[in-house]
Write a protein that binds this ligand. Structure first.
Ligand code: NAD
Length: 313
């Protein structure tokens, strides 16, 4: 069954593509602008097309069984660099892709929205039954894209995940993510700076998210699911990092990022899916990757500064 992975050269996409090749027999096609590079290992069942999802109208989708649609402007500050382009990529191109997928007989369309669609919330249990209250362009594009994709549920299996902030090692790293960034600070500076600190951030290990994508494919899972397994404050994450790496913690009072929310993943657990890893394991794996030279602090691991310097988006 041929699989298409848009954004397959990204942080999660690289890990997912490698897992699809290693753990299934499917042929995998990746479409990606390769803004942050291409760290995929060549494989006989892998085709990488360097291209933009805004220009896929001539791309034949009829041979694909499933599309994992991961391409997009992937966080708040990078979406704010060029909001118009972010809407074009995250929503308009997604709409055209989903529409063409449905018309051309694709069986399943899997999309990572974001747990951040819920906004700043005080409810102790953020379930899928609560209405999203997005506070940024990025979150708004995700909410609208979800609704567009779900409107094709009569024609194909539509699977929407609202993942927590992802953590852990990938060959294409992202150091703008909470656990990864704080761990890198501890490794390189022996100090961790936390802004605010009391904001609650849900987390998911990258291996668990990739397992979840494969689970969704095997089970033809349909619907909307939160995907988060540990709700921790930013200060708790910093303290956890300091249990693995000898580093001091500086807390700065102000924060420009007020997002704070606790995701409840009971609906996902009810499907039988269980995570195998956690934040502490991710920190230990990142530290090991740093020590054996697989992980270094590269400019293209910092999404917004890399995009800004190159006028990407
Ligand atoms: N990483 C997280 O914590 C997290 C959490 C929730 C949701 N998500 C979502 O998961 C998806 C993957 O996230 P990621 O962390 O791997 O991000 P990423 O930035 O590493 O990957 C996105 C990939 O999409 C590509 N891309 C961007 N615009 C494109 C375009 N117009 N055409 C083709 N390719 C394009 C980029 O080159 C990049 O390789 C994104 O949609 C993101 O919003 C990520």
């Amino acid at each position: 069954m041929p699989i298409l992975v848009t954004g397959g050269c990204g942080y999660v996409g690289t890990h997912l593509t490698q897992a699809l090749l290693a753990r299934t027999d499917h042929a995998v096609t990746v479409v990606d602008t390769t803004w942050f590079g291409n760290y995929l290992q060549p494989h006989p069942r892998l085709t990488v097309c360097v291209g933009d999802i805004r220009a896929m109208d001539g791309f034949d989708l009829s041979r694909y069984d499933t599309i994992f649609h991961l391409a997009g402007i992937a966080n708040d500050p990078s979406a704010e660099l060029n909001p118009r382009a972010s809407w074009e990529v995250n929503v308009l191109a997604t709409m055209r892709l989903a529409d063409r997928a449905a018309r051309q007989g694709v069986r399943q369309f899997v999309f990572p929205s974001s747990g951040a669609v819920y906004g700043v919330r005080s409810e102790p249990r953020i379930t899928e039954d609560l209405d999203p209250m997005p506070i940024s362009d990025y979150n708004k594009t995700k909410m609208v894209a979800e609704r567009v994709i779900l409107s094709y549920s009569d024609a194909m299996t539509t699977t929407i995940f609202r993942p927590a902030t992802v953590c852990g090692y990938s060959r294409r790293m992202r150091l703008d993510l909470a656990v990864n960034g704080l761990t890198m600070q501890a490794l390189t500076r022996k100090r961790i700076t936390v802004f605010g600190g009391s904001q609650v951030r849900p987390n998911i290990h990258i291996d668990d998210l990739v397992d979840l994508y494969l689970f969704a494919l095997e089970r033809r899972l349909a619907g909307v699911y939160n995907a988060a397994f540990e709700n921790l404050t930013v200060l708790e994450i910093a303290k956890l990092v300091a249990t693995h790496i000898d580093a001091g913690i500086d807390v700065q009072a102000s924060t420009s990022d007020p997002r704070s929310y606790r995701l409840c993943s009971d609906r996902l657990r009810a499907t039988g899916f269980r995570p195998a890893k956690n934040v502490s394991i991710a920190i230990g794996e990142l530290a090991a990757a740093y020590r054996d030279g697989r992980l270094t602090d590269e400019p293209n691991w910092h999404t917004v500064s890399w995009m800004k310097a190159r006028n990407l988006g």
